[in-house]
Design a binder for this molecule. Sequence first.
Ligand code: AMX
Length: 435
Amino acid sequence: MSTLKNVLAKKIEEHRKRTTKLLVESGDVKISDVTIAQAIGGMRGVKGLVTDISYLDPFEGIRFRGYTIQEVMEGLPKPEGKDYPYVEGFFYLLLTGDIPTKEQAEEVVEDMKHRAKVPEYVFDILRAMPRDSHPMVMFSAAIVSMQRESEFAKAYNEGKFNKYNSWEYMYEDALNLMARLPQVGAFIYRLKYKGDTQIDPDPTLDLGGNFAHMMGLEPPYDEVARMYFILHSDHESGNVSAHTTHLVASALSDAYYSLSAGINGLAGPLHGLANQEVLAWIQQFMEKLGGQVPTTEQLKKIVWDTLNSGHVIPGYGHAVLRKTDPRYTSQREYCLKHLPDYPLFQLVSKLYEVVPDILKEQGKAKNPWPNVDAQSGVIQWYYGLTEYDFYTVLFGIGRALGVLANITWDRALGYPIERPKSVTTDMLEEYAKQA
Ligand code: AMX
């Protein structure tokens, strides 16, 4: 058994006792009430999910297994001569809660290399799809097409499966999938935008390095890939992609079905698609201005015009966060170090100066500050990845790390099928009368 699986098995055994104790001794303790506004309004603030992979404080932002972004970037082992950590070592952290040693991280790197072969039929399926299919459609279809590889589904069908060992099959699927997603993503990119000129994986490289290589992007894009996948990995379990993956997995659907469903949710303009929308919006108004970088006054007018025409400002606002997203800040720091004079970065920085005050003045958005998506496209564009409808696939590869860790733990702790109760509008009106 690998070190990761061994450590994880021990953690699971310890954790099961905590969950059982809570259920047996304190199962009736209330942690949340639900108002009519919350029932109608997307369950905002209703505490009804459990995850230990990450926690999102409204003011501090995300912590992965208790570690801030900065602590993760500084504390995790890195490939020789690189500034950003191994994605594989970060996956070890998400799964176990422990920062791995360099040897432990590199063991996962090797393990994932052995799992990385994408079945040929996936490429056939992708090539058979219309070339103008959205890359997220291709990505989701590729993932679900690999369902026949599922160890979890196989074990279930063969009756090998029980409440205690089912996590091991989910774990195998999670690692296999995670190892293959970079090549699936890069294949879609080169199929759609580079005339189907594919670049074979390089077995000497780690996940981030190999992704950059298969995309055909030179270093330091490998660093961008590592940073990007880690930053986008997890944001608690109530966001659409994480919650969908968890919900589908709760029916004992395997990781392929579950992740594909989560990816479909990520493809929504209010969720992961926002990073493509930021760039599309910027390009649109730059075109109108004949390529001129707008002045602050012009920018204010553009933001107001966007709002007055009934659109949201992409990359701003958040359902939980109430300050600038530290994932935005982390990417901004990268830009300040590597591309401070890049006009697109300066424009995005100018938006940061203008948008929050306007959103505050408009008074609708509960959070006027930028989220992760406001900054992501700039870095991609700078390194030559200008096909912005591909950006959500990058988000999806990163997001897979978090949701696959989550569903492995879901099985380890035996979480049941998810099934909240509905009420009718008549019933709400009755509750309102009685209040
Ligand atoms: N621009 C304009 N209006 C906004 C806004 C924005 N960026 N963010 C929120 N609002 C509006 C909402 O549309 C809503 O208006 P309504 O009452 O007329 O329906 C009102 O403010 C209250 O919304 P909220 O409670 O502040 O936000 P929410 O929890 O309902 O939605 C989110 C959160 C992210 C969907 C929303 O802020 C938004 O649409 N932002 C722009 C899209 C975006 O950047 N999405 C990426 C989020 C991060 C991610 O998942 N990748």
